[in-house]
Design a protein around this ligand. Structure first.
Ligand SMILES: [Zn+2]
Length: 471
């Protein structure tokens, strides 16, 4: 729905100092906030919305997710709730998608055991199958699939030739590391529609998203979806190439993969090149070593405002202080603790456990840190994120790092911070600002007592109602 809107009787957040406490009316005209004040006069054919004291917030931002993977996830076999015993039946019974492949996600080597082409061939030898590890870093493909992809055994290529893992005899194991871009081209087929993803995010109150997928092809898919109007959100991408006329170009995503650490000089050189092109870097770090290497490389390259670390899954306080001293932001994922905290605990060396997925400790050390989902690997629901960051409760009920808990208001501020400045000052509701807003069905204090997406009554992007019934 387009047109002008008068929201009557809202509780504005962050609160406007001059009018703190009272209910206000907010007029939206031509996509921007035109006027704010008590008891505004309705005009012309404005849509007149009685908010009855519901909170009005700037739209929520997800500072790290993967839009195309979210869409593909929805049409894939999800193995995350499947036991090791149930795995064979789940894969062999799965139906192939439009591209002729069985696509499965959520494979976990610890729960399901090691997978390779031979294991998959036992279960499914006639249909191409590709199974994604829950980290997103690994695909396992059966023999028919490898044939379709044109993967030839070749001992001369070495063990990790372009991500295709080979055994000692030069035979492909079916394991493909960080090969998403190549795999997507090789599988072919139509790019997934992002319409359902956009609608789901709108229903959660999300108006801003940062796509953290590194490859340019995926950024192209996202830019086209924006162009086709499938995705109402404001989108920033971190890929190596992106069309700045359709999406906003963010920091350049660099992956310091834990299974194959890059060379320090190479990493520093890639940072320097990005900086020279005016782009900060967003570096994927999930181990202590990856973080140390990243800090060393950034020291060598020199920093640029906007540089950030994604995940920062293991960081001691000395590393946190180094991040703070250099002004490097951190984008963390509270729902991963809620979904997988027990696994992280079990798989981490005891001495690393206090340093797992810090959030509160980073803030105390002076790091500018913000929450995000990493969907589809984490939960895209920002209200679940508020709960997860505040409670840090794992599926078994353990509190992972009680001192890492963060007050919901602080987490919310992170969700309200601009895409280009995660963890910075929250966006504001003020005249002249874009009308990217979330209207709740209750006051904020009530909504934050037990955060739940059910409190979202309507979402506006550029003044347009993208979710909710306010007519
Ligand atoms: Zn990610």
């Amino acid at each position: 729905m387009d047109g002008d809107v008068l929201l009557r009787g809202v509780e504005c957040h962050p609160a406007r100092s001059a009018l703190r406490g009272g209910l206000l009316d907010v007029r939206i005209r031509a996509g921007v906030i035109a006027e704010i004040g008590p008891q505004l006069q309705p005009q012309g054919d404005e849509l007149d919305v009685r908010a009855d004291g519901g909170a009005l917030l700037p739209g929520l931002a997800d500072h790290h997710l993967h839009l195309a993977a979210m869409a593909a996830h929805a049409t894939s076999l999800d193995l995350s709730g499947v036991s090791q015993d149930g795995l064979a039946a789940a894969v062999s019974g799965a139906a192939a998608g439009e591209d002729g492949w069985v696509r499965a996600v959520g494979y976990d080597d610890v729960v399901h055991g090691e997978l390779d082409r031979d294991v998959l061939d036992w279960w499914s030898h006639g249909v191409p199958v590709r199974v994604q590890h829950r980290s997103g870093a690994l695909w396992v493909v059966n023999s028919v699939g490898l044939e379709r992809l044109g993967v030839r055994e070749c001992a001369a290529l070495g063990v990790h030739a372009g991500g295709v893992e080979l055994d000692g005899a030069g035979r492909a194991t079916g394991r493909l590391w960080r090969a998403d871009a190549w795999l997507r081209t090789a599988v072919g087929g139509r790019p997934p529609s992002l319409r359902a993803v956009g609608a789901r995010l709108a229903a959660l109150g999300v108006t801003h998203v940062a796509d953290a997928t590194p490859d340019a092809g995926t950024a192209g898919v996202v830019a086209e979806a924006v162009q086709r109007g499938e995705l109402p959100q404001r989108v920033m991408v971190m890929a190596s190439e992106a069309d700045p006329t359709r999406v906003s170009v963010g920091p350049l995503k660099l992956v310091v993969a834990d299974h194959a650490l890059p060379d320090l000089d190479d990493l520093a050189e890639r940072m320097r090149t990005a900086h020279a092109a005016g782009r900060p870097v967003a570096v994927h770090c999930v181990t202590r070593t990856a973080l140390a290497l990243t800090l060393a490389a950034l020291d060598q390259a020199g920093g640029l405002d906007g540089d950030r670390v994604e995940h920062c899954a293991v960081a001691d306080l000395a590393a946190a202080k180094e991040l703070a001293a250099r002004g490097i932001r951190v984008v963390t994922q509270p729902t991963l603790v809620a979904l997988r905290g027990d696994d992280y605990w079990a798989r981490t060396e005891p001495e690393d456990r206090p340093d797992l997925w810090r959030y509160g400790g980073l803030l105390r050390a002076g790091v500018q840190a913000a929450p995000s989902s990493d969907a589809p690997y984490g939960d895209p629901d920002p209200w679940a994120c508020l709960r997860a960051a505040n409670e840090r409760r794992t599926p078994s009920g353990r509190v992972l790092g009680p001192e890492e808990r963060v007050p919901v208001r602080t987490v919310l501020d992170g969700l309200l911070s601009p895409l280009h400045d995660p963890g910075g000052p929250p966006r504001r509701i003020a005249p002249g600002e874009p009308a990217d807003l979330v209207l709740l069905d209750r006051p904020l204090t009530q909504a934050l007592r037990l955060p739940d997406a059910g409190c979202v009554r309507a979402t506006f992007i550029g003044g347009r109602v993208v979710y909710g019934d306010v007519g």
